[in-house]
Design a binder for this molecule. Structure first.
Ligand SMILES: [Zn+2]
Ligand SMILES: [Zn+2]
Length: 243
């Protein structure tokens, strides 16, 4: 039977240098529960090292965690990658790390904290996660698809680090699964402003616990999986976005 799932497919954790330490698994899940979110996408910049902690912490909470990443392409375009299992997410991370130059400067950008499900600090990532990879956008998308993930262009209404902001348009040959809008505009406004033939998702891009669920997408699905979301984005077998 199909039922609605409230999904916030784009949140950051304390691994992203631009977040506060507050974005720990427990605080993220407490806030998501309060907002009645069914599915959370973990999308730290160029890394998925905190996805497993969230997956483990959410086990008995009735919240589905999609491991993922917000990849920065060579063109400085942010793209979300979401998966059903951690193994494929780690394969993407391995490739991203090989193509991500530079080291983090904690003073300038902030700390990149790796935690476990008990909120224990396991270490600090020293890569320049806020930087751009050397991977062209079309290759990022192909790679994510080859690993059975979905690709969503991040916050297309924003000037910086969005596909439209960086390239000025959306190239026709890209096989994106959806376009995401930030909480700054409504779905109705986006439909008028962006006349592209792609489904539009809304998510919070939360960097603070209270922002989780500030914007979300409701999907009609059989269960909370990326495979089901893929069907909904293509309007297959009754699965769909209901916003
Ligand atoms: Zn972004
Ligand atoms: Zn983001």
């Amino acid at each position: 039977m199909l039922r609605p799932f409230k999904a916030d497919l784009h949140i950051h954790t304390c691994l992203s240098p631009c977040t506060e330490l507050d974005m720990s698994p427990k605080k993220i899940l407490t806030s998501a529960k309060k907002k009645e979110i069914d599915i959370l996408g973990i999308c730290d910049h160029n890394s998925t090292e905190n996805s497993l902690a969230l997956m483990n912490a959410a086990k008995n909470m009735n919240i589905k965690i999609f491991p993922g990443m917000e990849v920065t392409s060579q063109e400085e375009v942010h793209v979300l990658a979401l998966f059903d299992d951690i193994e494929n997410t780690l394969k993407l991370q391995e490739f991203v790390y090989k193509n991500l130059p530079g080291e983090n400067d904690e003073e300038a950008f902030g700390m990149q904290v790796i935690v476990n499900e008990k909120e224990e600090v396991l270490g600090f990532n020293n890569k320049l996660l806020i930087g751009a990879t050397a991977i062209p956008l079309n290759e990022v998308i192909q790679l994510i698809h080859s690993l059975d993930g979905i690709t969503i262009a991040s916050h297309i209404d924003r000037e910086s680090f969005s596909i439209i902001g960086q390239l000025g348009f959306i190239p026709e040959n890209l096989e994106l699964d959806a376009l995401e809008i930030s909480p700054n505009i409504t779905f109705e406004e986006a439909k008028k402003r962006f006349e592209y033939n792609y489904p539009i998702t809304c998510s919070s891009d939360a960097h603070y616990p209270d922002d989780i669920g500030k914007s979300y997408t409701t999907f009609l699905l059989k269960n909370g999986t990326v495979a089901e979301i893929k069907k909904a984005l293509k309007n297959e077998e009754g699965r769909k976005l209901i916003h």
